[in-house]
Design a protein around this ligand. Structure first.
Ligand SMILES: [Zn+2]
Length: 151
């Protein structure tokens, strides 16, 4: 997906396309792509506000993805705000995936099987902020709770 396809997908009426394009933005580490998408920020941000919720009661409101993509673009536009500031505001970012993408490094992993939780202490590879992530898997979908640790 190039930047143009991402913009088209995000601003389409097809929810699957909206969600797919949103994740491309959230996971992108390509400043060129992010810049081209960012140039359309006002239009994207307005469009996302008009998205209607799921028509049937679903497990999760799909709009969390485009809303997070908008937050990511805001971070990209502010040189002094690291992408990792998105973590505590969201519970849909998987630390293992974030590590694979090079955004963070997991420093160790603790497994508490009896409570269905995993804990991931990690460090942002860009600004070295530290976070502790707790995974709750007892729901129908995983939720990751990110807490920023004191410096
Ligand atoms: Zn950071």
């Amino acid at each position: 997906m190039d930047a143009k396809e991402i913009i088209q997908g995000l601003m389409s009426t097809d929810r699957d396309n909206v969600v797919r394009a949103s994740w491309k933005i959230i996971h992108s580490n390509d400043p060129h792509v992010l810049q081209v998408v960012s140039d359309q920020f006002p239009a994207i941000s307005e469009f996302v506000k008009t998205l209607s919720p799921n028509s049937e009661p679903a497990l999760r409101d799909y709009r969390f993805a485009p809303e997070l993509a908008v937050e990511k673009l805001k971070c990209f536009n502010q040189a002094d705000v690291c992408r990792c500031s998105l973590y505590p505001a969201s519970n849909s970012l998987d630390p293992e995936e974030e590590e694979d993408l090079g955004f963070i490094e997991i420093t160790k992993e603790e497994d508490h099987l009896e409570a269905y939780t995993f804990e991931y202490p990690c460090i942002c590879t860009h600004c070295e902020n530290r976070y502790e992530v707790v995974l709750h898997e007892s729901c129908h979908y995983p939720l990751w709770y990110w807490e920023k640790l004191p410096v």
